[in-house]
Design a protein around this ligand. Structure first.
Ligand code: OGA
Ligand code: MN
Length: 354
């Protein structure tokens, strides 16, 4: 990756970040990689080893058989894998509902907790649903809590000030999300969010996983140096990214979410319902029409990203002093599990909205 410092002290990453973040005039997206029509000089197809995990477990997590996944690598980025929407029809809806209805619930931690009381942030889903229903009656209503939600952390919660995790700030990591991630973790071996590196975790040997749902975003993948020129790619609903091995500590950012065209508000893969009736022990369950109405309303203008990180290696413990893990240059975050809901206007620069 060629490092190039642009004129006026602005490096290549920041320059591209600003270009893609711009609204008026809209940026030229012709250089952004589209994995559904990959260009041969930048992208190559990846063979994934599907043997260590049973097809049954894969399907229980709502995913197609691994042999059917379309996985790609990027020249110059060893360890980076892009998997084009491997979700079974209907299962993305389930993950969106978990992210909007279940994961923001206490005792998990979200950005609203920073400036609202626990009474106010209780039942984010129910309170938002009531407002949306009143909006349907033509009333002017204030923003819902769902619209103000920017991030939720699960598992080890991240301290945004000290940029560390700690053993005593932990709530259980959801079992179903673990099984989704476990499947993906296996492939690590070859395998507007500001410019950052996710380096606060104490174990960097496990891959970073990112799941995208809802509106399309542009992702910028840079190098090991802050100023390295990044590669831009689209992340569509259902797409999964794996940053493993040498790619685990690369700079990256999400400069923009691309607004849906009017009349075509949701990607077709998100509108699909489950093809088969869920079994009792399946992770993916059907949802009520009422629940889907809230998700549908939300997704028209939003993207939900689930990023899963391994905080500790097995057998590893937190050091008594975490000072050595403070970072200076990078703006980064969470644990075995962070989930963030990014509304279109949410992120700027290296800031995290609270
Ligand atoms: C992050 C991150 C990428 C995304 O949360 O650390 O890089 O796709 N997210 O939202
Ligand atoms: Mn990140």
């Amino acid at each position: 990756m060629a490092a190039s410092i642009a004129e006026h002290g602005e490096d290549a990453f920041r320059k591209l970040f600003k270009i893609y973040k711009r609204r008026n005039p809209p940026p030229d997206f012709s250089e952004v990689i589209h994995f559904s029509k990959p260009c041969k000089d930048k992208v190559f197809t990846c063979e994934l080893n599907s043997t260590p995990i049973s097809e049954e477990d894969v399907s229980k997590a709502g995913l197609r058989p691994v042999k059917d996944w379309r996985a790609f690598g990027l020249h110059g980025y060893p360890g980076f894998i892009f998997i084009s929407n491997p979700f079974l029809p209907g299962s993305q809806q389930y993950w969106v509902k978990q992210c909007l209805k279940i994961y923001p619930q206490k005792p998990n931690v979200c950005n609203l907790d920073m400036h609202m009381s626990s009474v106010e942030t209780e039942n984010i889903w129910g309170k938002s649903r009531d407002v949306i229903q009143r909006k349907g009656c033509g009333k002017r209503e204030p923003k819902t809590l769902l619209e103000k939600l920017r991030w939720v952390t699960l598992g080890y919660h991240y301290d945004w000030n000290s940029k560390t995790y700690s053993p005593d700030h932990y709530t259980p990591f959801p079992k179903e999300l673990h099984s989704l991630s476990r499947i993906l973790n296996y492939y690590r071996s070859d395998s507007s969010l500001g410019i950052h590196v996710d380096e606060s975790e104490l174990d960097h040997t496990r891959p970073l996983l990112s799941f995208s749902f809802g509106q399309t975003a542009v992702f910028l993948l840079g190098g090991t140096k802050r100023e390295d020129r990044p590669t831009a790619m689209f992340m569509n609903s259902g797409d999964i990214m794996v940053m493993s091995g040498p790619s685990r500590l690369l700079y990256h950012a999400v400069p923009c979410i691309i607004a849906a065209q009017a009349g075509n508000m949701l990607p077709p893969c998100l509108g699909q319902r489950l093809e088969t009736e869920a079994q009792g022990d399946d992770n993916i369950q059907n949802m009520s029409d009422e629940d889907w109405d809230v998700c549908y309303w939300y997704l028209q203008t939003s993207r939900v990203n689930v990023t899963v990180r391994q905080v500790l290696a097995s057998g590893q413990t937190f050091p008594s002093s975490q000072a050595s893990h403070l970072s200076t240059d990078s703006c980064e975050k969470s644990e075995e599990g962070t989930q963030k809901n990014k509304k279109r206007k949410s992120e700027s620069g290296c800031e995290r909205d609270t």
